[in-house]
Write a new protein. Structure first.
Length: 320
């Protein structure tokens, strides 16, 4: 009976695909529909661990039911995550609820079997992430992802990363590169084609509110002093996310990873910041014309990796 009820709840959640249909109270949930299966497993574990004294006599039966159900959930999760089928692989629940999306990239570094793409390297931070191969400043390291299945005219997806050290958002200093081919951002530049055409920029600011000397490095930050020239490049326009993993004054010895507030999720946003600009975590971009180009994701930074980095934990990209 327990198994039947839980499975009915499971399929109801997968059909709805809406955040308010989830059972978990965890705050850091993936927005892909397969994450709801993890939520159900968490609830089952919670119920099991908090079984009251009155139902102790049923414990063996309950454990048997939970064990069988978890096996079914794991199998269904793998099926949903498959590139060959399922709403998750087509982006139906993450890219506006329409069909026809093709998944190009799914990089989840929380999975120990996942390796970093060529061009990036596994980091040694507390989070299992990918970072730049290059240690020099004002540089970008590129990862390229071919697109199969014909032309596309829309791109949708998200990137989840973390702030390490003094990331400088979108900067246009006179001494810094300001073209699409340069290291114009602390974060990620998503492009296609040669010459490059901009799709989306993911910028990591130094703080949501202030650096300690009154400077925020996201363009709509509350203390964005003009002398930092932190304006938006013309080729970026409004197609960007900008967020920081730090909310407040820059701490002493701040060249560390800020692991508690992932970038570009729209969470922990003080008023007057860029944190929720363009409705993260998922973006959707319509291109100027259809193309079959590969997608290029460049991880860029102004400083050397000793002083700043933007290690990535998750990339999820779709085309239509």
């Amino acid at each position: 009976m327990l198994r039947s009820i839980a499975l009915l709840v499971l399929f109801s959640l997968v059909e709805s695909g809406r955040p308010h249909g989830r059972l978990s109270a965890r705050q850091d949930l993936s927005l892909g529909c397969y994450s709801q299966l993890d939520d159900i497993k968490s609830v089952l574990d919670y119920i099991k661990d908090n079984t009251t004294e009155e139902v102790r006599q049923f414990r063996n039966q309950v454990e048997h039911e939970f064990s069988s159900l978890k096996e079914d959930l794991n199998q269904l999760k793998q099926q949903l995550m498959s590139d060959q089928g399922g709403a998750c692989a087509t982006g139906q629940y993450t890219c506006g609820g329409t069909e026809g999306w093709r998944r190009v990239v799914y990089l989840d570094m929380t999975d120990p079997s996942t390796t970093c793409p060529s061009g990036w390297s596994l980091t040694d931070y507390s989070k299992r992430t990918c970072g730049r191969l290059s240690t020099s400043g004002q540089s970008c390291d590129s990862a390229t992802f071919p697109v199969s299945g014909g032309e596309y005219s829309k791109v949708c997806g998200r990137i989840k990363a973390y702030q390490y050290g003094a990331t400088l958002g979108l900067y246009l200093w006179k001494t810094a590169p300001s073209t699409i081919d340069g290291a114009y951002v602390s974060g990620f530049s998503l492009t296609h084609g040669n010459p490059r055409e901009h799709i989306w920029t993911f910028a990591a600011g130094i703080s949501e509110q202030q650096y300690g000397i009154g400077v925020s490095t996201c363009p709509c930050g509350t203390d964005n002093f003009e002398h930092w020239h932190n304006q938006i490049p013309s080729f970026v326009g409004n197609d960007y996310f900008c967020e920081s993993g730090l909310n407040g004054v820059w701490p002493a010895g701040g060249y560390v990873l800020f692991p508690d507030d992932p970038l570009w999720d729209g969470e922990n946003c003080p008023s007057g910041t860029c944190c929720s600009f363009s409705n993260p975590p998922f973006f959707t971009k319509t291109l100027n014309s259809p193309t079959s180009d590969s997608l290029e994701v460049r991880l860029c930074n102004y400083h050397t990796s000793v002083y700043s980095d933007v290690p990535v934990e998750l990339i999820e990209l779709y085309v239509q």
